[in-house]
Ligand binder design. Structure first.
Ligand SMILES: CC(C)(COP(=O)(O)OP(=O)(O)OC[C@H]1O[C@@H](n2cnc3c(N)ncnc32)[C@H](O)[C@@H]1OP(=O)(O)O)[C@@H](O)C(=O)NCCC(=O)NCCS
Length: 411
């Protein structure tokens, strides 16, 4: 029987406030899976009775490290612990920083194929409990046979490599970009743009007792380029990457609700975005930060769009230089207002496998503010040399769901 692909919509997304990893961070004594459970429960709580839990066809949760409180097939355990019916299956997923993005594209593909109508997708990383690289055992051939440069295994060094490759992307430009990210995030909080998508988390500390996480912990409002210029470089003496122009080490979780367009209509769920296309691409692992360039080119080609059709860009800020390399490639100014209007990971943090859905949550909110924008992208670089990009359409736009504007022009 011939199959017809079905449209997939992003109905809603939430995240925990992001924390600083380490003994002083607010989630140090909170389990990673409990962060995920909070997000799943919040999505179900927000949509009664439109979302009968038994209609959820699958739960995909990403984590880069899948042991301990991020192990035991976290999509399944988190679904059970969140109180979803036992008939709802779940699984774990990993594409490092693009874990949650891959959870979204994979479950969306399942919806488009007709395997199920509704899915939950998200990610978690508790970098305090699971420091980057902890327990990994890279195959010695990777280095011995020079399959990749050893710097490919240290993300900060890959960012230094980008500064080497593109000397016009100076540390001063990176620092200016980083300070602007902090300022945009602070303004977004003042404007009430961040808080509605956060799910509060009860925290505990043997030292300080119980607490309630209601706001992101990593941002440093008031960051200046002068202060950033004074920070010592973290990955190379006299290098370019500092704690100020890189994302930090963080704890947090995200999740979103996806549905086929038909199921959303049937259940009375209002879409915040429509999935147009997506792509992942590989690049030299030692220059992993450039990954969003080819993945965006592929995703745009798949959508029949060009970068000029994209009115909003949510790009993960693993490192300022890697965002600048992307913007430079597409001829976009460092301070273009279409880019990360609410700030990015340099301010808010980057709990690796969770961040893909944070980008989507912010794009959805920007879409609501900008009905004149028809298309936006979420994009990110990925460890070991990859990029991922998802193209989304804004349901608030007058031409929503009609043929792409470029084809109309061509016709
Ligand atoms: C860059 C990195 C090594 C810094 O780690 P760190 O040294 O523990 O960072 P800290 O938060 O302690 O900051 C270091 C210093 O910079 C200061 N600092 C950080 N951000 C600042 C800002 N925006 N303004 C002013 N000072 C700042 C801190 O106060 C601290 O100062 P101190 O040493 O006097 O206490 C770490 O954040 C990192 O590895 N980031 C990359 C994560 C990554 O690779 N993710 C995956 C991407 S693919």
């Amino acid at each position: 029987m011939p199959r017809q692909l079905r449209d997939v919509v992003f109905v809603d997304g939430v995240r925990t406030p992001f924390g600083k990893a380490g003994p002083k961070g607010m989630y140090h004594e909170t389990r990673a899976d409990d962060l995920v459970i909070k997000c799943i429960r919040e999505l179900v709580r927000r949509h009664p009775p439109s979302l009968p839990p038994e209609r959820i066809g699958d739960v995909a949760i990403a984590a880069t490290t899948q042991t301990g409180d991020q192990g035991l097939t976290i999509g399944r355990t988190a679904a059970l612990l969140a109180g979803l019916p036992r008939s709802v299956p779940g699984y774990a997923i990993d594409r490092m920083c693009a874990g949650a993005m891959t959870a979204v594209t994979t479950t969306a593909a399942g919806i488009a194929f007709g395997a199920y109508d509704v899915a939950l997708a998200g990610g978690v990383e508790h970098m305090g409990h699971h420091p980057m690289g902890d327990g990994v055992d890279p195959n010695p051939r990777i280095i011995a046979e020079k399959l990749v440069d050893p710097s490919a295994l240290v993300m900060g060094q890959t960012a230094e490599n980008l500064h080497d490759r593109f000397p016009h992307l100076t540390k001063e430009r990176s620092d200016a970009y980083a300070a602007a990210s902090q300022a945009k995030y602070a303004k977004a909080v003042a404007d009430g743009k961040i808080q509605p998508d956060l799910v509060p988390v009860a925290t505990r500390s043997s030292e300080n007792g119980w607490g309630l996480a209601i706001a992101d912990e990593p941002p440093r409002p008031g960051t200046t380029v002068e202060k950033l210029a004074e920070l010592k470089t973290s990955f190379r003496p006299h290098g370019n990457i500092t704690a100020g122009n890189a994302a930090g080490l963080n704890d947090g979780a995200t999740a979103c609700l996806l549905a086929s367009a038909e199921a959303a209509e049937e259940l009375g769920l209002t879409p915040k975005m429509r999935l147009v296309s997506y792509a992942f691409a590989g690049v030299e692992p030692e220059f992993m930060g450039i990954g969003p360039v080819p993945s965006t080119e592929k995703a745009l080609a798949g959508a029949g769009l060009s970068i000029d059709d994209i009115g909003l860009i949510e790009i993960n800020e693993a490192f300022a230089v890697q965002v600048l390399a992307f913007l430079d490639h597409f001829g976009i100014a460092d301070d273009d207002p279409r880019v990360n209007p609410f700030g990015g990971a340099i301010a808010v943090g980057h709990p690796l496998a969770s961040s893909g859905v944070r980008l989507m949550v912010q794009l959805a909110r920007s879409f609501a503010d900008h009905p004149e924008v028809r298309y936006g992208i979420t994009t990110m670089c990925v460890g070991l040399g990859m990029g991922g990009t998802v193209v989304w359409e804004n349901p608030n736009h007058a031409d929503y769901n009609s043929e792409p504007a470029t084809e109309e022009v061509a016709a």
